[in-house]
Ligand binder design. Structure first.
Ligand code: SAM
Ligand code: SF4
Length: 368
């Protein structure tokens, strides 16, 4: 325990420096917290700000074999396995949501590949009428064994998390000596035929920002899209501080030292803003949840491993489906519970406002 606290404290010290500047629009995000009056009983899944839900992130487990400092504490307590939704229950929720307009699914966790038989779930969800794609976010550890089966099952996209190419820093961040396994997993994903594998890199000031240039140069040589993610206050050791957020603008400044950077027209509902190098070599993305919130275009909700709908990563209220699923509720009753959960979604997260309250769940239990 003492060692863990020391490690977390040293990350904070390393981050000493300026706080990431926030775009003016970031604070203008309305703090509106609407009630549930008038939630629509039919039609698309819509909230009170006109946003329509098209994507569902499904956490299949809160368990993980890594202990990333930005995601969970070392001595984390996982949920008992019996509270995890079964594959039948997950498929039922998806069959209810697809006719309401949900088109894209992403499996996540915890580490999704710790859940036995995941390719079966992928195949079942990909076969649901209306579902256009099933993707996954993974730490890559098990991909060497499973990439091929996942591809055959119909998985279309893989995001692999990798914050550093340095073994010691990897151990500092993930608290496990698994860099080689992740690199083998990335290779396996390529060999299995996944196109444009995305590498998710959480950037923390004083920890790994020195590697942004290395990652960008790597992505210019290889068919990867590196996506830099601003550090969000969802960690388990309370190490997050605004000054640890290495901002989108600072990341772009580093990219510009390599070559001319051109923003790409992208889908505004995608969390990552895409950029390419003008010389045609390399594409990268930045997920700037803190300094450039994209809440106004959000089209996602989340289903936690224990069956709660969360309408935002930072939501403080959850909407339980598990008791409905296990208590004999009809599809209609479950649909209405989902509609209500979407209707009461806030206008935006409050990270940049004094009213911000960190959710009780850390990232691994929400499903990133
Ligand atoms: N275990 C899988 C993995 O690591 O890819 C999936 C779950 S993980 C919670 C999903 C994503 O959330 C990862 O890319 C991870 O880097 C990111 N993440 C976790 N905690 C974060 C935080 N506090 N701020 C920003 N991104 C975070
Ligand atoms: Fe595990 Fe992913 Fe969280 Fe790291 S980010 S501890 S790999 S769930």
């Amino acid at each position: 325990m003492a060692q863990r606290v020391t490690a977390a404290a040293s990350l904070k010290t390393a981050a000493a420096g300026s706080a990431a500047p926030v775009e003016p629009g970031a604070r203008a995000e309305a703090a509106a917290r609407p009630g549930d009056a008038g939630w629509p009983r039919e039609g698309p899944l819509v909230d009170q700000f006109g946003r329509v839900v098209r994507k569902l992130r499904i956490s299949v487990t809160d368990r993980c074999n890594f202990r990333c400092v930005y995601c969970m504490p070392e001595d984390v307590r996982f949920m008992p396995a019996e509270v995890h939704l079964t594959f039948d229950e997950i498929e039922r929720v998806v069959r209810i949501m697809a006719p309401l307009g949900v088109r894209k699914l992403r499996l996540t966790g915890g580490e999704p590949l710790l859940r036995p038989g995941l390719p079966d779930l992928v195949a079942r969800l990909a076969a649901v009428p209306g579902i256009e794609s099933v993707s996954m976010t993974t730490n890559g550890f098990f991909l060497a064994q499973q990439a091929r089966a996942l591809k055959q099952a119909g998985l279309v996209g893989i995001n692999i998390s990798l914050d550093t190419l340095d073994r010691d820093r990897f151990i500092q961040i993930a608290r496990r000596d698994y860099l080689q396994r992740v690199l083998e997993g990335i290779r396996a994903a390529e060999e299995a035929g996944f196109e444009a594998v995305k590498i998710n890199c959480v950037v923390m000031r004083g920890v790994n920002e020195h590697e942004i240039e290395t990652f960008l140069r790597w992505a210019r040589e290889r068919p990867f899209i590196v996506r830099f993610i601003e550090f969000m206050p969802l960690d388990g050791d309370n190490i997050w501080e605004r000054r640890m957020v290495f901002s989108a603008e600072e990341i772009l400044d580093i990219a510009r030292t390599i070559g001319e950077v051109v923003p790409e027209d992208g889908d505004p509902s995608e969390p990552a803003r895409r950029y390419r190098f003008a010389d045609g070599r390399g594409t990268f993305g930045i997920i700037a949840s803190v300094t450039r919130p994209f809440c106004a275009h959000c089209d996602r909700v989340r289903l936690t491993a224990d069956g709660k709908i969360r309408n935002c990563l930072f939501a403080l209220e959850e909407h339980d489906l598990r008791d409905l699923l296990r208590g004999g509720a009809s599809d209609e009753e479950i649909e209405q519970a989902i509609r209500r959960a979407v209707w009461v979604k806030w206008a935006g997260h409050l990270i940049n406002m004094p009213e911000f309250v960190k959710p009780a769940r850390t990232m691994h239990a929400i499903g990133g």
